[in-house]
Design a protein around this ligand. Sequence first.
Ligand code: NDP
Length: 473
Amino acid sequence: MRTARLFVHGSWIDGVSTFEMRDKYDGTPVAEVHEAGSEHVDAALEGVARGQRDHALPPYDRFRILSTAARRMEELHDEFVNTVVLDTGFTLTDARREVSRAAQTLLLSAEEAKRIHGEVVPFDSAPGVSERYAFTVRRPLGVVCAITPFNSPLNTLTHKVAPALAAGNGVVVKPASYTPLSAGMLVQLLLDAGLPPDLVALVQGPGSTVGQRLLESPIPSFYAFTGSTEVGEHIRRTVGLRRTQLELGSLSSTIVCEDAVLDRCVPLCVGAAFRKAGQVCTSVQRLYVHAAVVDEFLSAIKDELGSRTAGDPKQEGTFVGPVISAEDADRIESWIDRATRRGAQVVHGGRRSGQVIEPTVLDDVAADLDVFCREIFGPVVSIRPFSDFDEALAEVDDTPFGLAAGIFTSDITRALTAAERLRMGSVHINETSSSRVDLMPYGGVKHSGLGLEGPRYAIDEMTEQRLISIGRP
Ligand code: NDP
């Protein structure tokens, strides 16, 4: 059994009570998690606020610590992978990708720490202003509070913690209760890399109590959150004028035109639909496939999935592991059942064992079915054939969300039309909605949130600009 403690005032400490974390595949207890009381949350915030005030790190030191942490994470790759698997039930392949990406995110943040700069403002271009010089600098905000979801317990957390530190802030972290272990390892890694212990704190426990206390405290100047739209809206209402980065829900679509190169497109769609058992905000949930190629596409998808296995994520080669909880498995199963009762055809999968849902492909899916019009967060992709490109684009855009979309086509005009018309944070041409490179600006519009991840862009948000002007005495 592992133990997940709190890191407060520079020490690993016990909470007010403990709860058990279970293996997502076989249900065995794997960790005892210490839950923070309100006094721990307050102490964590006060300690980091003081640390950030008293121990400001120069940019080079931030670079050194974050780049050492990146290197060390690569050295500890297998330990991190095992921890991510325990936390999430991700397959080894998915967990390895999560760890490699998190190491990259640390390194990118380290590099950006050295490039934080302002600009010269040409005061003397204004009428009547002469012999005055002006420039801007970017200053840290103080304390960043990072609240993260279960589905990327290491890289999403790193996308918040590393830019916050690179920008010169202190950070208080609250991971999802389902996945407490990776966060503890990340904090220890940063400490071992030389981070002063009073610049970071970790509190564990439910969002409704521990998270809520973090929101109600006046100390954080910035909330970096990834999770559901519902909680994101609650954060906005609670924290008032303070800045937020909210990476929220989605309903992601990918369009496959009749001139798509299927040999390339099909494996990418399969990977992006079932990676992390579909528990990715940009997962390919809705696939619009041109009617002229839909039969060929379906047969290629069946071939691609043919020998893939669903089951124990710790077994090398397992393609899809469990979803995060039995309740989520119940919900996903009921949405599939409802869809098939309403005439959807199961092209592949559809069955469930424990928390494992087979990779499921549905065809003939009505647009008002839950599997199609609500975020499923499970290994289910729904296919909707189209004949009219403009109609398909309009449907893809017609959701409350705007995170990302993908389109496969060889026609540049069509690709650019999609890029112009779709109101999304990202549109990927000849890639799926789930394409992401960690250095890119990443964020949604509409109900998918506001603010950006991607170290360079997050650092901008986690700093404030100050203008300094100089005149002759
Ligand atoms: P939740 O919104 O349920 O939880 C996210 C985090 O918020 C958890 O740490 C949770 O704590 C905490 N939380 C819950 N209530 C409160 C509260 N009142 N105050 C403060 N914190 C609170 O999301 P899930 O974990 O279920 O993640 C899935 C969602 O995340 C999906 O909608 C998905 O689309 C979205 N997501 C978006 C991404 C993006 O980049 N746009 C990327 C990944 C996921 P606890 O769980 O411990 O109670």
